[in-house]
Design a protein around this ligand. Sequence first.
Ligand SMILES: *Cc1c(COP(=O)(O)O)cnc(C)c1O
Length: 385
Amino acid sequence: MNEDKIEFNRPYMTGKELGYIAEAKFGNMLAGDGPFTKRCHRWLEETSHVKTALLTHSCTAALEMAALLLDIKPGDEVIMPSFTFVSTANAFVLRGAVPVFVDIRPDTLNLDERLVEAAITPQTRAIVPVHYAGVACEMDSLLAIADRHGLMVVEDAAQGVMATYKGRVLGSIGDLGAYSFHETKNVISGEGGALLVNEGGLSARAEIIREKGTDRSRFFRGQVDKYTWQEVGSSFLPGELTAAFLWAQFEQATMITQARLAAWNYYHEQLEVLETEGLVRRPIVPEECGHNAHMYYILIHPDANRQNIIEALKARSISAVFHYVPLHSSPGGLKYGRAHGSMNVTDDVASRIIRLPMWVNISNEQQSRVIDVLSASLKHEVAGL
Ligand SMILES: *Cc1c(COP(=O)(O)O)cnc(C)c1O
């Protein structure tokens, strides 16, 4: 059979990226914090209503900046889900902190806010909710817990660009928020990210930490006559070519989100039958969450062999993947972190999840092919039960 390949992800280009890169080049502005970076900062600040937004070279870098900004010290504890990408934990482990893993909600696969308070100790400094699949965590509850215990909230909003919770933009709700513009995310620049600073008192230090621990940003604005080393920092800013690429994406961010939502909704409607038959569970999006269709995942019947299903899709040139080997049981997690309480939901979800191909302009025909193969394979797997 000669079928078109259906990749898991196809990075979307708006068509303006290379023109803007040429513009940056001819302006001889190649290092960071040039005109495109400034435009991106303003756009992020206007769309999210935070005090300060700063581009970084990745979401990982933004999370590392957050750990520095919060003065995280060896022995401090940071509460987070185990069902997340390694950078959520690494950023804090780099400062000597202990990630304390808490189980996730079975509906949204987000940090279970009902389990957080019991995990707090005198060493706890911060809570790091991860907005999985661009669906918001229960932020009001988490903010109330943080408030009661004097903890900071750092949103890992890597997947949450253009998504909302009760009308508020993800990444702008806690004290700090981190975005990713990696090519597998919705709005992209190859590698890229941003730190959103909602707690105004942290803005000045955020600028310093991002510029190698110096007050170079103030120097460029003419506020000081030389720049000097102020505190611990690193080089967290992207070059201007990356910002130029990203600006083209920001201009189309609404269109990108709408196109993804259309594809997401098609999967959701077409998979209802399989859910009724008990073969899959579809994503659940609470009413207060305006999601961004970052991904379409399914949880397969517990008796179906996931590898067989992924192989069956692959045999028809369809690339589907699973992810998050839970952190609490990984070699790094065992060495640097600890689990608080049962990780039953995390372990169950991690063993049953499959992410389906999703990108801007995936056609309904391609999606139907994915569903047909998936459906046949699931029925074959679960037959005779
Ligand atoms: C993608 C992702 C990251 C890392 O983003 P980078 O930009 O690649 O550093 C961190 N956390 C979560 C939840 C992610 O999905």
